[in-house]
Design a protein around this ligand. Structure first.
Ligand SMILES: Cc1cc2nc3c(=O)[nH]c(=O)nc-3n(C[C@H](O)[C@H](O)[C@H](O)COP(=O)(O)OP(=O)(O)OC[C@H]3O[C@@H](n4cnc5c(N)ncnc54)[C@H](O)[C@@H]3O)c2cc1C
Length: 323
């Protein structure tokens, strides 16, 4: 692939950029991904992650979520994807009805009060894809290369400056879209997690709450388990905070005592690209054509395949329209 025959330049190699690039490359397009950071340095790498904690506003978010769910489920049966189907519990500290999107998951059932951890008053069980993001991003990179796509490290200084690289540029820069677009509706929102050795926990737990600053959740990935978490709108520190990590372990251990003896393996910090509405939208820019795909907040993995297909549809309807 030379610069002269690139069909699409995707900016960003987090879950949005890589999934979009896979989708476009598998549709037969010549795709180049340009990224400032390696996938292992992105927010996507830091995420827990579980499908479905959809806190992203868009009239098509439910459709994108369902589409992503239907693509993640079969990946749980394939080796090396990092995706597994896990049954677990979501619970609330004040009474709340289950989210409407839970109608789409398997095995949904309400919990009896006696089944809930101390301090929780309502809850439900279901089975959902749990995604080990380091492995999943590796899997997406492999799938992209297999489809003929290419990845290069470089910082894009402005979207206009890359307009001549390809007829279509897809902007998947997550919270950095705030500066690149620029778009001051994007609010990078800090999240911190702790990764521990899995002492044998095979269920997930996720606290559901409208106060999202401190959440309790754990997501098992076989030999290790990710404990969460925080959502800090004012936080900008990439260094993990010791006291935050200790509080996360304490909250998770209160729900699953086995976690109290788990060895800490690492800490993760990421910045959710929070925006009042996800932006999947096309626009002409200085002679080029840009499709934005960013602002997924705390749901970027859960919406990734749906948004990637939306971008593909935009490109297909553009090329189908006579100029
Ligand atoms: C702690 C935590 C837990 C989470 N848990 C979940 C979960 O359970 N389920 C879920 O669905 N979501 C979850 N999320 C949210 C999810 O991680 C994000 O929505 C998603 O990762 C955003 O992906 P992205 O690809 O859009 O952005 P990013 O992963 O941030 O990737 C952006 C890419 O753009 C590149 N880039 C930026 N600027 C430039 C530039 N100027 N030039 C070139 N490249 C550039 C970066 O280098 C990077 O490659 C969680 C997030 C956090 C922080």
């Amino acid at each position: 692939m030379t610069a002269a025959n690139i069909d699409v330049l995707v900016v960003g190699a987090g879950v949005s950029g890589l999934t979009t690039a896979v989708c476009l490359a598998e549709s037969g397009r010549a795709v180049l991904v340009r990224t400032r950071e390696r996938p292992a340095q992105t927010t996507s790498f830091a995420a827990g992650a579980i499908w479905g904690r959809v806190i992203a506003a868009h009239e098509r978010a439910s459709h994108w979520g369902q589409q992503t769910l239907s693509l993640l489920k079969p990946l749980a049966k394939a080796a090396g994807t990092g995706v597994r189907l896990v049954t677990g519990m979501e619970a609330t500290r004040t009474w709340s009805a289950p989210h409407p999107w839970l109608a789409e998951v398997d095995d949904f059932e309400l919990c009896r009060p006696a089944e809930l951890p101390e301090g929780f008053v309502s809850g439900w069980r279901y089975t959902a894809p749990v995604i080990d993001m380091p492995r999943y991003l590796d899997y997406l990179v492999g799938r992209l290369l297999q489809a003929g796509g290419r990845i290069e490290r470089a910082t894009v200084l402005s979207l206009a400056s890359v307009a001549e690289v390809a007829p279509v540029v897809v902007n998947c820069t997550g919270s950095s879209a705030r500066e690149l677009v620029p778009d001051d509706e994007v609010r990078p929102t800090r999240g911190q997690l702790v990764v521990v050795d899995n002492p044998g926990v095979n269920w997930f737990f996720a606290e559901s709450s409208t106060d999202l600053t401190e959440l309790t959740y754990f997501l098992p990935h076989g030999d290790h388990i990710v404990l969460g978490g925080t959502m800090e709108p004012e936080g900008s520190d990439t260094t993990p905070h010791e006291e935050t990590a200790a509080a996360i372990v304490r909250r998770c251990t209160a729900v699953e005592p086995a976690l109290g003896r788990a060895r800490i393996l690492s800490h993760r910090v990421g910045f959710r690209p929070v925006r009042p509405q996800v932006r999947v939208e096309q626009t002409d820019l200085d002679g080029g054509h840009v499709i934005h795909n960013y602002g997924h907040g705390g749901s970027g993995i859960s919406l990734s395949w749906g948004c990637a297909f939306e971008v593909l549809n935009m490109i297909e309807s553009r090329t189908a329209t006579p100029s």
